[in-house]
Structures are given as structure tokens and as C-alpha cells.
Design a binder for this molecule. Structure first.
Ligand code: OVM
Length: 399
């Protein structure tokens, strides 16, 4: 029980859902971190944690900071959400525990071993298409092309209509933000997109040997219902495309800007795995999500009332100078241990091993063939409520 209020909370006019913030969030992160351990955001009437220590603490305490009221800005328990809540992302124990156990086994490192050879073959094929091909749009032609092929194949999604995965991801992640223009634009074709996604999650539309079909084994075992299985498959399709697409785009950007780091990777391809962790720290695709207080909570002496929404800036935590040495330097040689680019705690990314596998395999194939990633013209920053990457990134891959 909280007996006395120790600290007066800091307050800020920063709008973390503004175009200015999306274009260059890092100075705003610094201001939020420096304002206090937890900050009241006047514009939206929510709290924010932006320092590493407090982000870790909040993510480590699911009893106080729950996910069951949604992980976007809206309290879905009170207001309802735009879709049926995810059985993973937007649940708390004990429901979460059982659902996660199912998906966790399907995505375990051992289970994923079987996918590596196929991913490698597809990576070689994609790299062959782009190397020496002149100017390319690195988001559509490379960063998106790979997960849309290998991840969608791995889940066992129909090829017909697969392009719907892109607007669906846009709905899922922009849909975590407030009802701004980005939210509305993402939802513009919601009915058609949702209809395709729902169908793609059903047993009869999944390939019999994919990750999606494996969820239905738990229906056959009498553990879960058919509808529940479809909802779990939906999590694969929600969480697994945009995140990896944007991580690959961010990798291209980082290595185009830091050619010497790309040279280090090429000289020692064994560094690719670790380089990806630095990309996840330095340019986390998933920047922001929320928790909701289940009771009056205390963060570093500040009292947050029950039923408050708290914005968690993992991107800011990943560059907090209280935690990291030279946080704004992209350095694949540094220790990245403890980065929260995949989140942390019981909701820490359950797909992180397949994400790592995709990016490792693709960057390894690229490192074998490409001496230099050249940016052609100004990249176009993606304005997005939750994710950080590029709308377009014109590049040339030099052999
Ligand atoms: C889900 C889901 C959606 C978006 C992200 C995510 C990063 C999960 O529907 O379960 O995890």
C-alpha cells in the first residue's frame, strides 16, 4: 500500500504521436528521460516511461502494469477496441500463459531449425535479383519482399491475396495509437483486409505443414477451440510481417550510413547476428506500446492512479545514457545485452528467434555479395504511430 506521495510528477507538452516526433524522436526521448522517471503527457492524458530502468521495471511487473486493457493508447476494457483482442499481446496470466506456451513451442529455436535451409535459399535468390540491378526501392523490393515470402510461406498462408498482410500490419500497429489521421488512413479498407485475414487464419486455408497448422494440433488434442486457434494464428500474421520488414529496412539504412560497419560484417559474417542486435537497439522497429495500471502504482516515488495508461518507450530505453555508453553511436562491436527492442518480461517477443533467423540469413547472403549499400536520394521516413522505418528507401547494392 502506498502511504505517502514522495515526488511531484513531471509533466510534458511533448506529443509522441506528432509528425515532428516521428521524423526525429531522439531529442524528444532525451527530454522525456530528463524530465523525470515517469512523465505526465499533457496532450493525451497518459503517463510515459522513457528511461531504461523504469521501462525494465514496468515490463517486469505484469500484475501492476497489465496488457489486458490493450497495449495501445485506448483502454480497451473501458472503450472497446477496433478488433477482437489478441490472445497473446492483450492478455494477462493465466490466459496469457497457456496461449504463450502453445506459440512458444511452435517458434522455439529447435522447431525453427527446419526452416533455415529454405530461408537461405530464398535469401540467395532475392540477393541475386537485387545485386547489380541498379536503383531499387529497398523497402518494397527487398525489406518487405523477404518476410512476405519466407515468413508467409512458413506460417502457411495462401499465396493468393497475400498482399493484404501489409495493410493488416498497418492497421494493427497504427491502430495502437490515438485516432489521428494515421489511424484513420490505416483503417480505410478495414473490412476487406479483415475478411481476408480471418479467412487466412482458418485451418482449411493453411498449408498442412506450416506453423499455422501446428496451432490446430492443439484443437485436435482438445486443448483449445477452433476459433481460439484462428485467433492465435492471427497473432503470427499481425506481429510477424511489419516488424521484420521494418527491421530489415532499418538495417539497410544503418549500413548505408555506416559503411565501415558494413565492412566489418563482410570481413567477418559471423558478426551478422550481433550486428542485428545493435540494429534492434539503435533503430528499434517497435518503438512504443502501452501498459495499464491495475492499481495505484508507484514508479520511482511517483504515484500513478489505477486504470492509467502508461506509454513505454523501448526506443528511448535503448538509447538511455544512464544505461548505455555513447547511446547514439551505431556500433556493432558494442555489448547490446539487455536491449529492449524485443520488449522484456512475460510479453517479450515470442517470435524473436524467427525474426533473428530471417534477418541473419538475409544479411549474411547480402554480405557475401554486396560490398557497399548506397543510399540513392533522401529516404522517405515512415510516419507511423508505433513503428519506425521508411516509406521508401532508394538504394543501390554494389557487387
Ligand atoms: C498480436 C500482435 C500484434 C502486434 C504485435 C504483436 C509484437 C502481437 O496480434 O498478437 O507483438
Amino acid at each position: 500500500m502506498i502511504t505517502d506521495i514522495l515526488e511531484k510528477p513531471a509533466s510534458s507538452a511533448i506529443d509522441p504521436f506528432s509528425a515532428e516526433y516521428f521524423r526525429d524522436p531522439y531529442p524528444f526521448h532525451a527530454q522525456l528521460r530528463d524530465a523525470g522517471p515517469v512523465v505526465w503527457l499533457e496532450k493525451w492524458g497518459v503517463w510515459a516511461v522513457a528511461r531504461f530502468e523504469q521501462v525494465q521495471a514496468v515490463l517486469g511487473d505484469w500484475r501492476t502494469f497489465c496488457s489486458g486493457a490493450g497495449v495501445g493508447i485506448v483502454n480497451e476494457k473501458k472503450m472497446g477496441g477496433w478488433r477482437k483482442p489478441s490472445a497473446l499481446l492483450e492478455t494477462d496470466p493465466p490466459e496469457h500463459t497457456a496461449n504463450r506456451a502453445i506459440v512458444s513451442r511452435i517458434l522455439s529455436p529447435v522447431a525453427l531449425r527446419a526452416l533455415r535451409a529454405t530461408f537461405e535459399k530464398e535469401a540467395e535468390a532475392l540477393v541475386s535479383r537485387v545485386v547489380g540491378a541498379g536503383d531499387l526501392e529497398g523497402m518494397a523490393d527487398f525489406s518487405e519482399a523477404f518476410p512476405m515470402k519466407v515468413f508467409a510461406d512458413a506460417v502457411g498462408v495462401p499465396v493468393e491475396g497475400r498482399h493484404h498482410l501489409v495493410p493488416w500490419g498497418n492497421m494493427v500497429f497504427n491502430g495502437m495509437g490515438p485516432r489521428n489521421a494515421l489511424f484513420d488512413r490505416a483503417m480505410a479498407n478495414a473490412d476487406e483486409v479483415t475478411a481476408w485475414i480471418s479467412a487466412a487464419c482458418r485451418r482449411e486455408n493453411l498449408t498442412p505443414d506450416g506453423l499455422g497448422a501446428q496451432v490446430y494440433k492443439h484443437v485436435d488434442a482438445g486443448e483449445i477451440s477452433e476459433e481460439h486457434a484462428a485467433l492465435l494464428v492471427r497473432s503470427f500474421l499481425s506481429a510477424g510481417v511489419d516488424t521484420t520488414t521494418f527491421a530489415i529496412g532499418n538495417a539497410l539504412f544503418c549500413f548505408a550510413q555506416h559503411a565501415e560497419q558494413w565492412d566489418m560484417v563482410r570481413a567477418n559474417p559471423g558478426k551478422v547476428k550481433h550486428a542485428f542486435e545493435e540494429i534492434m537497439r539503435f533503430e528499434s522497429p517497435f518503438q512504443t506500446f502501452f501498459r495499464t495500471t491495475t492499481r495505484d502504482a508507484e514508479i520511482s516515488g511517483v504515484v500513478i492512479p489505477q486504470d492509467s495508461k502508461i506509454l513505454i518507450s523501448v526506443a528511448s530505453a535503448n538509447r538511455d545514457p544512464r544505461k548505455w555508453d555513447r547511446p547514439d553511436t551505431f556500433d556493432i562491436g558494442r555489448s547490446t545485452a539487455g536491449h529492449v527492442g524485443f520488449g522484456a518480461g512475460i510479453h517479450g517477443c515470442v517470435g524473436q528467434m524467427i525474426a533473428r533467423l530471417e534477418v541473419e540469413v538475409l544479411l549474411t547472403a547480402l554480405a557475401k555479395r554486396v560490398s557497399r549499400i548506397e543510399m540513392r536520394g533522401e529516404p522517405e521516413r515512415l510516419l507511423h504511430n508505433t513503428l519506425r522505418s521508411f516509406a521508401t528507401l532508394h538504394v543501390r547494392f554494389h557487387a
